[in-house]
Design a protein around this ligand. Structure first.
Ligand code: GDG
Length: 469
């Protein structure tokens, strides 16, 4: 069996797990059989940068990491990846900040990744690259003579050509994506947007259903492979944690009132400003819910070095103050807001306690919180999921209350409807949602991707490999 080599910007080292398990680490747990290799950035900045590769083994998996210099970190990670690509891929052209020197840094770090990874590779390794930080990695590996099958999965949305082409150097990035053997997306609409970019920019018209096309003699296949979660495992955590100390303290603090919850990284793509405005509208338009329900928003801080995130935080602080000032009673706070991460088990327990989850990103590749909330519910008394139509998860989770995240009144109304919903309807909706969340697991996600990647060399057109080998 070929060895799996996972490459991602940040490697979740075993020593760092616990407080904050990211979606990627959780989704790949099953795929990472003993013997696999996970390669990427250590999360450290040092003067030596990528000169040394640090090796660590845990439970049979090898973790290989490199450091970045401060200037590479700024240009590659902060500026180009998160200051240009992230807003672009979330339809936020107004926030796109492109500088050619940052793009050069992005290319340079991808070259460093390739140079450090290449000596660790074996001829039959399957290489699976993750996310927008590493779009050029396959091109850089090919330039070093690597002939392995290489797949890429994009965790964000993909955008139509009219948006994609706004990014200077988008043509190079599209060409880079077309050097992978398999390119995976969460949803049919991102897949279609990518194929539209290929059609418009390269003049190649891929079959929209099977996503196969050939660029300069190289066969590429674009696939739809929605990421999932380990629903049973998460449900177990939720059952235990709902009876634990943290959930008990939260329950006590609510008195007779109910709980609504939001959990997101503190990111402008998550629609927090609109959501907080909706919470104000909710208490204004439906005063019968004052005192009856409290909203808990957990928004772990992220990317704090960027101006857009600092401005977002200031604005959220302002709205929380305004909402609580307006509606609080001396013994009731409508909107509880914390910007620290909480433990994953605690989160699972809080989900189980909550009568509503409000998941309203303006754009989101998938959104795992929506799936985790469904998994955590008590089948005999499930809560209601309110979900943005612009989360990838909305393509699957159609029995949620689907809202336009820009419409605060619609979100407020959905909260009212959700709280008033009869048990029978809640159960019906939840059962359909749960069937999907339980079927579309993290294991299925990686198995589907790796099956496609494993078969990639069965495609007839791979002349570049013959030319190199
Ligand atoms: C990207 C894409 C796509 C959140 N706060 C805490 C915490 N979390 C956990 C959640 C969930 C994960 O982090 C977040 O995953 P999301 O999918 O919601 O969002 P992104 O971080 O933006 O992830 C996204 C994903 O990649 C996978 O492809 O779905 O669209 O943007 O698991 O529960 N975990 C803990 N404490 C917190 O405070 N422990």
């Amino acid at each position: 069996m070929p060895r799996l080599v996972v490459v991602s910007n940040r490697v979740p080292l075993p020593s760092e797990r616990g407080a904050k398990a990211g979606g990627l680490a959780v989704a790949l747990t099953d795929a990472l059989q003993p013997g696999s290799l996970w390669f990427g950035w250590s999360g450290r900045r040092s003067a030596r940068g990528s000169a040394t590769t640090h090796m660590q083994r845990s439970e049979g998996v090898t973790y290989a990491t490199i450091d970045l210099t401060e200037s590479d970190y700024q240009s590659f990670y902060v500026n180009f990846s998160n200051g240009a690509l992230w807003p672009l891929l979330h339809f936020r052209l107004g926030l796109l900040d492109f500088k050619s020197e940052d793009y050069d840094g992005y290319r340079s770090v991808n070259r460093q990744f390739a140079a450090a990874l290449q000596p660790l590779l074996r001829p039959d390794d399957l290489i699976w690259v993750h996310d927008y930080h590493l779009i050029p990695l396959a091109s850089e590996l090919r330039a070093l003579g690597v002939t392995n099958r290489i797949g890429f999965f994009l965790h964000t949305p993909f955008v139509p050509p009219a948006i994609f082409n706004a990014l200077p150097r988008s043509a190079e990035l599209l060409a880079n994506l077309c050097t992978y053997d398999i390119v995976g997306f969460h949803t049919r609409s991102y897949h279609a947007a990518f194929l539209d970019c290929v059609a418009e920019n390269l003049g190649i018209h891929p079959d929209p259903d099977d996503g196969r096309f050939v660029v300069r003699g190289h066969a590429v296949r674009a696939i739809v492979d929605p990421i999932g979660i380990d629903a049973d495992g998460f449900a177990q955590r939720a059952i235990i944690a709902a009876n634990g100390t943290d959930a008990g303290m939260l329950r006590d603090s609510l008195g007779k009132g109910g709980l609504a919850i939001g959990v997101d990284r503190l990111d402008y793509s998550k629609g927090l400003i609109n959501r907080f405005e909706a919470i104000g509208r909710f208490f204004a338009n439906y005063p019968q819910h004052r005192r009856e329900v409290s909203f808990l928003q957990i928004a772990a801080r992220s990317r704090e070095e960027q101006g857009a995130y600092q401005r977002l935080r200031r604005e959220l602080d302002r709205i929380v103050g305004d909402t609580n000032g307006r509606y609080s009673e001396f013994d009731w706070t409508p909107l509880r807001y914390m910007t620290r991460a909480v433990k994953r088990d605690t989160l699972a327990g809080f989900f189980r306690l909550s009568r509503l989850a409000v998941v309203t990103p303006l754009r989101d590749g998938m959104n795992l919180v929506a799936k985790e909330y469904v998994a955590a519910q008590d089948p005999d008394n499930p809560g209601v999921l309110i979900l943005s139509r612009f989360a990838g998860a909305a393509e699957e989770l159609t029995e949620a209350l689907i809202v336009n995240p820009y419409d605060s009144d619609e979100i407020a109304e959905a909260m009212h409807i959700g709280l008033a919903m009869e048990l029978e309807e809640r159960k019906e909706r939840w059962e359909s949602l749960h069937t999907k969340v339980a079927a579309n697991t993290a294991r299925r996600f990686s198995t589907v991707f790796l099956n496609h990647l494993g078969r990639a060399d069965m495609q007839p057109e791979r002349p570049h490999l013959r030319a190199i080998s």
